[in-house]
Each structure stands twice: as C-alpha cells, then as structure tokens.
Design a protein around this ligand. Sequence first.
Ligand code: FSX
Ligand code: SF4
Ligand code: F3S
Length: 352
Amino acid sequence: MKGSDDYSKAVSNHYKQLMEYCKINQERLDRELPPPREDLNELLAERGVSRRDFIKWTSVMTSALMLPPMFRPALAKAAENFSRLPIVWLHFAECTGCTEAFLRTSYPNVADILLETISLEYHETVMAAAGHQAEQNLEKAMADFKNKFVCVIEGALPRGLNGQYLRLGPKGKTAIQIAKEVTHKAATTVCIGACACYGNIQAARPNPTDAAGISKVLGISTVNIAGCPPNAVNFVGTLLHYLMFGGMPPLDSIGRPIWAYGQRIHAVCERRAHYDAGEFVEEWGDDGAKRGWCLYKAGCKGPYTFANCGKVRFNDGVSWPVMAGHGCIGCTEPGFWDTMTPLDGTNRRRAI
Ligand code: FSX
Ligand code: SF4
Ligand code: F3S
C-alpha cells in the first residue's frame, strides 16, 4: 500500500510541477505574442459549435495529449491563443494534398476551425501575393518574428544536381537554400506529411532527384507529423502542446509525437477481434468484406504502422481507411512505397 501511495504522490507532484511550468509559459506567451487575430469564441458560435461542444473537445484533446483533466483550462487557453502564433508555411516537392486535406473539410470541427485562425505570415498556397511581393512577405515575417515563428514544411527536398530540380521564387533559389534560411530563423520546424518528414513518393526507388526529408537533408531535428496526408488533429494537438509548454511534445526515434504515433494501427483497430479469430477478407467483395472482417490478407499494413487513425479518424471523426474497407497502406512510416508494397493483395512484407 505504502508503495502505491508514494507512487500516487509522485505522479500528483509531477503534474503539479508541469502545471506550474505551463502557467509560466502561457504568461510569457501572453506578453510576447502578437494580439489575437480572431476571437475564437465568436468564430465557434458562428460555425455552430456550442460552448458545450468546445468543452467536450478540450476534454478529448487533453486526454489525447496524454494529460490529466486538470490541464483542460490550459488547453482551452492555448486554443484561444492559436491565432497568435506566427507561422511560415513552405511548400517543396509534394502534391499539396496535406494543405488540401486541412483546408477542405466540409463539416469543420474545432481543430479545423483552429486551423482557419492560424496566423499565416506566409503560405504559398493560400496567400494572394506572388513573385517579388511574396518574397518580401517572407523576408518581413522572418525579420519581425525571428526565433519566434514556427516553420511548417510540406514536401521533400531534391538534392540531385545540387538541388536544381526545385528552384522557387523570383530569385530562383533552390528549395534547399530556402529551407536552410527559413528553418535557421524559426523557433522550431514542423514537417507536415510523409514527404517533408521522410521524402515519401519523391524518394521512392529509383529516386531520380535524390529527394529526402527535411531533417535528413538539413541535418536539423524536426517534429514529424507523418501521414500522406496526415491528420489535422495531430498537427493542431502538437501546436497546442507548444502553446502550453513552450516546446514540442516528446517524440519517437523518427521525430513523430508519441502522443499521436505511439501505438500501432493494429492495436486499436475495430477489426482486431476478427484478426484474433482468424476471420479475414480473402478477396474484395467476398462475404468477409461484407461482414467487416480483418483486412490483413488483403494487404493491410496496420501491424507495421504507428499512428492514431483508428482513434481520431478523419473528417471530424467520420471514418478512416480501415473503417472505409481498405487496409492501412502504412503511410506514416518512412519509405512505405518501397517497404510496404504491394499495397493490396497478399501481405508479403513479413510474417507477424
Ligand atoms: Fe506528401 Fe503533402 Fe502526401 Fe501530398 O503536402 S504527404 S504527397 S498528401 O501533399 O506532402
Ligand atoms: Fe490489424 Fe489491419 Fe486487421 Fe485491423 S484490418 S486488425 S489493422 S490487420
Ligand atoms: Fe495512413 Fe494507415 Fe492511417 S494508410 S491514414 S496510417 S490507416
């Protein structure tokens, strides 16, 4: 008994200290960050999200971030401060599907609404400016918010021909040059999507442009919000953590936040009981498919893939690949085009 009392005391002291730390950080941010651009409460009301729904969302998000309920008010405050965090958002070699996935939800939930409030000092896809004017905006953002802005990157960096496969902007700088300049002045760098994290399709064999992820090319640590495209909840949650504690959440050995990528898809899959019972979809459209049986024999890579898709799902929690009837293709894992193919059919990757 004594042992468990000591343990509870240690845990409660740990969280008290963490809360203290959170308060100090939020007070500092209140002093340092520019004023809010949007009133979150007004915006939520406009989009039909009630106060009750918002409180519910803060509870879900707090526990998703592996924090006890006492952090709920601090998380709500971080959400209110979301529009104060300066962001520079760069695009390199990719399909822009990540931005599309984040911006095009038909039924926005709180995370999507937060993304709308985000203070984009520079974002190549959504800004009106082009050419020299865009370049000036970038320079200005880097000067005004030096060491304070978060650099968000979508897309890989081609290293071949001295980086010349990807030149951007009126001065024709290589993507590698731009990435170096901007990340150097940022408080932290967050990679969105498998391309920026690990190179993804650009780096798939035979990788003609010698593309790779940001961290590998620049030799810096990045926070990797993996997936093709990744889940907006994982990006929003990571920035909320930053707005609470002034740093990024604990990461796994390949830069992914553990709160979001700490478990295998297979561990929380709703078809798991069928896997355990040996009930598999053998062919598309067969009886097992109609009954929602396990997709392992149809190529599901859930046992080899770390992500929270089954828990948070996509599009306001409506669905996720396995629920929609197709196996996971392993899109949060480095090099999945080379290591996980064929994506359908017999799962030849390795025995489990
Ligand atoms: Fe890559 Fe994102 Fe896949 Fe596409 O920007 S992670 S190809 S959804 O667009 O980078
Ligand atoms: Fe595992 Fe995939 Fe089967 Fe789900 S469908 S239980 S993730 S193998
Ligand atoms: Fe990707 Fe698999 Fe999730 S394919 S979206 S990690 S279910």
